[in-house]
Design a protein around this ligand. Structure first.
Ligand code: PLP
Length: 401
């Protein structure tokens, strides 16, 4: 007998489990549109040229492998806050930002959640319905209570803005509102600038604190500044907030686990204290973060030539996804003889398309067509190429009707 007899089998992860199932499939039709990872037109993983360049420079510099401080690489923390908020943002000059390097977006969210659990015990975090599946796991494991606000309207395949505002208004004063900075996952639907202003109005009215998850800066519009405008809007109003950042997608550093948690607060004294407590939370969890990805980001952002190269490569990635999106729409609207309006595919932004396929229809996509996707109907267009759009349109239409 094992002392582990009582351990039950954990369910497969709804996103990463899709990649595992994909690997087991021997069909040559198979297509993995599950995980949000960028692929080339040949459907191969892509390492950015600018990343290779930074790595070459790092190797030549003969960097050592000493431990980083608990808060991470100083040059990275400076670069990441400036990239998020804009280098000339007054909150940076006033030293009102506590930035700590995190284990990519997930680890940064987890650190933020641990901070909330410790310093705002019992305060509820409101998350969008739907949201990235891991948000719930992160909050649950950190012991942070959460509930949902309406976000997606299946009737319009758009934003349920009225519902969203009503639910945020309904939440107890001083709640924490988790917002996707840009390229909402899984829906690909973002509030407009006017809607962001209204959300900020309600946050101020209700003394709510936003917690932005910025996992796609630069990937939504192709512009780093435009994609951070939601966060900057709230910061400009003097609202205190959390921001988790990730370099998985925009620099393709998925496995390097590089990101940051930023807390923008009302004074430099508070920022210093908050940072000290974030470090205190990090120390017993993982001691200090990995250095490689942090050096890559610091090198790329800190060198004007490499920075420009990064922007060009990011625009090319975002551009390829847009081209595929257009082609998929064209195929769907020509192949589908019903009067269904597929224009939502074009309206959505970022890596994903939220197709509206339900669980049974998504199962059909996988079981019959070997198209791997999450069961909420989300497909990652970053894993699609032009050559496969017609095939995918056939699969979607077959599964819908
Ligand atoms: N937040 C959102 C909304 C995401 O979609 C992702 C990745 O898919 C992440 C955070 C975090 O990813 P990572 O931990 O790889 O940075």
């Amino acid at each position: 007998v094992s002392r582990f007899e009582g351990v039950s089998m954990a369910p497969a992860d709804p996103i990463l489990g899709v990649s595992e199932a994909f690997k087991r499939d021997n069909s040559d039709m198979k297509l993995n549109l599950g995980v949000g990872a960028y692929r080339t037109e040949e459907l191969q993983p892509y390492v950015l040229e600018v990343v290779k360049k930074a790595e070459k420079k790092m190797l030549e510099a003969g960097e050592n492998k000493e431990y980083l401080p608990i808060e991470g690489l100083a040059a990275f923390n400076k670069a990441t806050a400036e990239l998020l908020l804009g280098a000339d943002n007054p909150v940076i000059k006033q030293q009102r930002v506590a930035t700590v390097q995190g284990l990519s977006g997930t680890g940064s969210l987890r650190l933020g959640a641990a901070f909330i659990q410790r310093y705002f015990p019992g305060v509820k975090v409101l998350i969008s319905s739907p949201t990235w599946g891991n948000h719930k796991n992160i909050l649950n494991d950190a012991g942070v209570p959460w509930s949902e606000y309406r976000y997606f309207d299946p009737k319009t395949v758009g934003l349920d803005f009225e519902g969203m505002i009503a639910d945020i208004k309904d939440a107890p004063n001083g709640s924490i509102i988790l917002l996707h900075g840009c390229a909402h996952n899984p829906t690909g639907i973002d509030p407009t600038p006017e809607q962001w202003e209204k959300i900020a109005d309600v946050c101020q009215e209700k003394d709510h604190m936003p917690f932005f998850d910025v996992a796609y800066q630069g990937f939504a519009s192709g512009s780093l500044d435009d994609d951070a405008s939601s966060v900057r809007r709230f910061v400009a109003r003097g609202i205190e907030l959390f921001v988790a950042q990730s370099y998985s997608k925009n620099l393709g550093l998925y496995a390097e686990r590089i990101g940051a948690i930023n807390v923008v607060v009302s004074s430099p004294e508070v920022a210093t204290k908050v940072k000290s407590q974030l470090k205190r939370l990090a120390r017993p969890m993982y001691s200090n973060p990995p250095v490689h990805g942090a050096r890559i980001v610091a090198n790329v952002v800190g060198d004007p030539t490499m920075f420009d190269e990064w922007r060009a490569e990011m625009q090319a990635m975002a551009g390829r996804i847009k081209t595929v999106r257009q082609r998929l729409y064209d195929e769907l609207s020509t192949k589908d003889k019903s009067s269904k309006d597929w224009s939502f595919v074009l309206k959505q932004i970022g890596m994903f398309s939220f197709t509206g396929l339900n669980k049974a229809q998504s199962d059909n996509m996988t079981d019959k067509w070997h198209v791997y996707m999450t069961k909420d109907g989300r497909i990652s267009l970053a894993g699609l190429n032009l050559a496969k759009c017609a095939f995918l349109a056939d699969a979607i239409i077959d599964s819908f009707y």
